[in-house]
Design a protein around this ligand. Sequence first.
Ligand SMILES: [Mg+2]
Length: 241
Amino acid sequence: MAINTRYIVANKKYAHIFFDLDNTLWDFEANSIETFRDLFIKYDLENRGIVSFDKFIQVYHKHNSLLWEFYRQGKIVKEVLNIRRFSMALDEFGIGDHLLSSNMAGDYVEQSPTKTQLFPDAFAILDYLSSKYRLHIITNGFEEVQFRKLSYSGLRKYFSGIITSEEAGTKKPDPAIFNYALSFCKADVNESVMIGDDEEIDVLGAFNVGMDSILVDYAGKNNQSKATHRINSLQELYDIL
Ligand SMILES: [Mg+2]
């Protein structure tokens, strides 16, 4: 049997595990798609000329990515992003209906955090880890939205410290949010590990404060990662922790 050398590295004695939420435990993409399906039916888009749900999603993603880029560059505010991604997508199908766009935008923001799709084995691994370690969350996002995701999906009970960028006043990968989380959770950096799906935000963020990290690389694409460990599924956490 081949031995995976990644697991031979002696484990530090961790006491605290910090999890990222979106795209690490909570399946953002799957929950988004589920919300879009609900909206597609609720607003009867098929009979308004959008014959294919997949085509609608594709067009929405195109505008969403473009508008997110403008938002990151500070060219538009969040409220504009929220509505424009819908109005531009609908426009492309010949539906110029401002009320519909703003209703869909409002529903999307309201309903997507109530969706409950998690990555495989999330509950089993959290049951296991919570018997051995103190678990916490560090997430970039709004306090209310992220707490709703945690509550609806049944994840909240596993975590003692839940730190959102809104509450901390700064986002990952800023070292300040990691230091804030460590101090809030009374955790020593040498006894802590960050688990997340994003190399820059989670792994390098942790690295810059001297914290170990585990990259959850679902797509299996990042073989240049600086993470202490790189895994392709949550199940692999049993081998490491
Ligand atoms: Mg993430």
